[in-house]
Design a protein around this ligand. Structure first.
Ligand SMILES: [Zn+2]
Length: 191
């Protein structure tokens, strides 16, 4: 059974590491990145993401390196309820087993997620960017609905935005239905 080392020693500041060497030595990788370096994260973030703190601990399991990782930062996202800005504190933990090819996928035991990588030259930066994106909510929303009302006061007072959209879609689909017989007729005439 694997376990993260009690205390990870920092061995390198390079973002390309030999995961096998680190895992055999039960070593860690620890660092901070300027959040703006993660361009794929910045594509969805509303403002520059501050520093991203990262800790990775490497150990061997079944002759493969595994990584116990934690990430923390705070991302500014768009709330999908009020379309206002919201701060999203991100504290993510992940357990990955490194594999060299897709053929090893079925050899990754629970609870590890497979991470396909050149094990001797693993790019820590790519891994972190991917984990940051995975940690984002599918649909960002203010936890407290009152916050949305504060930002968009008309949101809940008259008619919930969702209902208005639904009714509009309903109206549109009805007009489609009205037009469809003519569409079919045209098709018939073409034959
Ligand atoms: Zn909101």
């Amino acid at each position: 059974m694997s376990r993260p080392p009690a205390e990870s020693r920092i061995t390198t500041t390079s973002t390309v590491v030999d995961a096998e060497v680190l895992a055999h030595g039960q070593l860690g990788w620890e660092g901070e990145f300027n959040g703006t370096r993660f361009t794929r994260l910045q594509d969805v973030a509303l403002s520059d993401t501050p520093r991203v703190a990262v800790k990775l601990a490497f150990v061997m399991l079944d002759r493969r390196p595994v990584v116990h990782g934690t990430l923390s930062t705070e991302v500014e996202l768009v709330c999908q309820r009020c379309m206002g800005a919201m701060r999203y504190p991100l504290h993510e933990q992940f357990e990955l087993m490194l594999i060299g090819s897709n053929s090893e996928l079925d050899q990754v035991p629970e609870p590890y997620e497979p991470w396909l990588s050149n094990v001797q030259r693993m790019n820590v930066f790519d891994l972190i960017e991917e984990q940051l994106l995975l940690a984002l909510p599918l649909i960002a929303k203010h936890e407290d609905e009152e916050e949305c009302v504060r930002i968009a006061p008309g949101l809940l007072s008259n008619e919930p935005a969702d209902e208005a959209v639904e009714r509009q879609q309903e109206a549109e689909s009805q007009s489609d239905a009205v037009q469809r017989p003519f569409g079919n007729l045209r098709d018939l005439l073409r034959k």
